[in-house]
Design a protein around this ligand. Structure first.
Ligand code: XMP
Length: 540
């Protein structure tokens, strides 16, 4: 396993995901995590991430001495390279203009990090995951690399630079403007790169990381979906013994994967409660039952609570008030149902690794911006149940791969996110059963058409919104005065910023025609072309 010390870069999670993709387990710890725990974690190598600070400033973050005492390989990336240089006796200078974007590094192939790499084409790759927000700078022409060297297309983002190498190091990569774009001390197996191998703009970045974790650190590539499942299942069995475990199934990806995993691990000791709020997508409640109960054989208690939700929401306009009611009712119903069950000792939850990293954070508060949309607030604390969180170490893409491996339908595992309050915040203003049904049917037409046209996977989230506004239309020969449906589709990486999706006009036209023709009560369809910011993805 690999330890990644986080100095607060946006890309730290990307480093971890790349390494996991290679098949090696890694964890991200804040740089100021208690260093006494490092030897016990016993990583085979340490990666120092990038970060927003400058090592030239007093009291800027440093890697703890324990990292060097381990005697394992160390790779510093960007800020990580600079602090590595500074801590080992080199010199870093600030005040240069920021270098941001494409660069070409002449990499020394005699360095183990670059061994066997070939020159890249010298052009920018298409946007990769996690990077579409970046401004691109013009590519340089493909340069002939000197013998023993390869010209690598890389992505840079830094202001400071290493100006004197620490003793024992040699330069193994340079650009036209940067003498030390990469450095190495091969006897101690310490490496530093000024560019970012974790972003796909650095075309052979994944190869470089593989050289480091597999060839240099000697890690075996055992982190595969099948192994993760076996391992997690064994741990759950050890944790709960023959006790019963309760899980709140929402129909979402995480809770479904937890259910499938626990079914594999402990069979019928797992009891799921699925609260059907009536605010899910068209026929989604039935689908959850068909998939989880019938197909996967999971023990599911379905509670049809639509009436209760509509009653509780009657007359309520304010979105935040609606969210509170929906969340509170969920907890209430979940508790009622679990009170009926006997000898349940554990509560399973679909917590995933990004939630863990974000809530741990760094003492300096420099870590990640915290996204705090949670489906339900405080689940029953007084129930005194132990927690089972088998996805705690996994990224979303890993959770999805596990789901497929466990036999969940691909289509459900790769679904767009769906907000906890569901259609409760997509019927604007007061929620009524009649509005919800119109919305469900319009939304169903939109989603089915997206799938049929191969557009579903090209958008990050798509849905319909019910506008409680009447507009005039002509239906047949008569004048109609009916509701409006808005369609929303966005492209985003992190859901913090988003572009509206440029869906083809013909496609939008066809969806609009179907909705207006098939739904009595809707005479107008509009498409939302607002970006986030300033608009949010949801309308409420
Ligand atoms: P906004 O609308 O804030 O949405 O741009 C960003 C992402 O969060 C989802 N979202 C929610 N998820 N409970 C949730 O579980 C909520 O109350 C909630 N509000 C928004 C939204 O669907 C999008 O993916």
């Amino acid at each position: 396993k690999i330890l990644i010390l986080d100095f607060g870069a946006q890309y730290t999670q990307l480093i971890a995901r790349r390494i996991r993709e290679i098949g090696v387990y890694c964890e991200i710890w804040a740089w100021d995590h208690d260093p006494a725990e490092i030897p016990a974690f016993a990583p085979r190598a340490v990666i120092l991430s990038g970060g927003p600070e400058s090592v030239t400033e007093e009291n800027s973050p440093r890697a703890p001495q324990q990292v060097f005492d381990l005697g394992v390989p160390v790779l510093g990336i960007c800020y990580g390279m600079q602090t590595l240089a500074e801590q080992l006796g080199g010199k870093v200078e600030g005040g240069h203009h920021r270098e941001f974007g494409y660069a070409q590094v002449k990499a020394d192939l005699s360095c183990e990090l670059f061994r066997g790499l070939r020159s890249d084409s010298g052009s920018l790759p298409a946007y990769g995951e996690g990077e579409s927000w970046m401004g691109a700078q013009g590519p340089a022409a493909a340069a002939e690399a000197a013998p023993g060297h390869a010209a690598l297309d890389v992505w840079m983002s830094h202001g400071d630079r290493v100006v004197t190498l620490p003793p024992g190091f040699r330069a193994v990569g340079a650009t036209g403007s940067l003498a030390y774009a990469a450095m190495a001390d091969e006897s101690r197996r310490y490496y530093g790169v000024q560019f970012h191998p974790e972003v796909t703009h650095t075309k052979q970045g994944a190869e470089l990381l593989r050289r480091f974790v597999v060839d240099i650190a000697g890690c075996a590539t055992l982190w595969t979906a099948a192994n993760i499942i076996d391992d997690a299942a064994a741990r759950v069995r050890a944790q709960v013994g023959s006790d019963k475990v309760l899980l709140g199934l929402s129909g979402g990806v995480d809770s479904s994967v937890v259910a499938a995993l626990l079914k594999r691990a402990i069979g019928d000791q797992l009891v799921c409660v699925f609260v059907d709020t009536g605010l899910l997508r068209w026929k989604e409640g039935d689908q959850v039952m068909a998939t989880m109960a019938e197909h996967m054989g999971v023990n599911v208690i379905r509670v049809n609570a639509a009436e209760r939700y509509f009653a509780a929401l009657a007359g309520v306009q304010d979105p935040e008030a609606k969210r509170k009611i929906i969340g509170r009712l969920f907890v209430e119903i979940f508790e009622e149902e679990s009170a009926k069950l006997t000898d349940v000792k554990w509560l399973a939850q679909g917590t995933i690794y990004p939630d863990v990293i974000e809530s741990a954070g760094s003492k300096t508060g420099k870590a990640h911006v915290i996204k705090s949309h949670h489906n339900v607030g405080g689940l029953p604390e007084h129930m005194k149940l132990g927690l089972v969180e088998p996805l705690r170490e996994l990224f979303k893409d890993e959770v999805r791969r596990l789901g497929v491996e466990l036999g969940l339908p691909r289509e459900m595992v790769y679904r767009h996110p769906f907000p906890g309050p569901g259609l409760g915040v997509r019927v604007l203003g007061e929620v009524k059963a009649e509005y919800v049904e119109l919305l469900q049917r319009a939304d169903d037409i939109f989603i089915r058409e997206l799938r049929a046209h191969g557009l579903y996977d090209k958008t990050s989230q798509a849905f319909a919104v019910f506008l409680p506004v009447k507009s005039v239309g002509v239906v047949g020969d008569a004048r109609a005065y009916e509701w409006v449906i808005a369609l929303r589709a966005v492209e985003t990486i992190d859901f913090m910023t988003a572009h509206w999706a440029h869906l083809p006009y013909e496609f939008l036209g066809a969806v609009s025609t179907r909705i207006i023709n098939e739904l009595h009560g809707v005479s107008r369809v509009v498409y939302d072309i607002s970006g986030k910011p300033p608009a949010t993805i949801e309308w409420e």
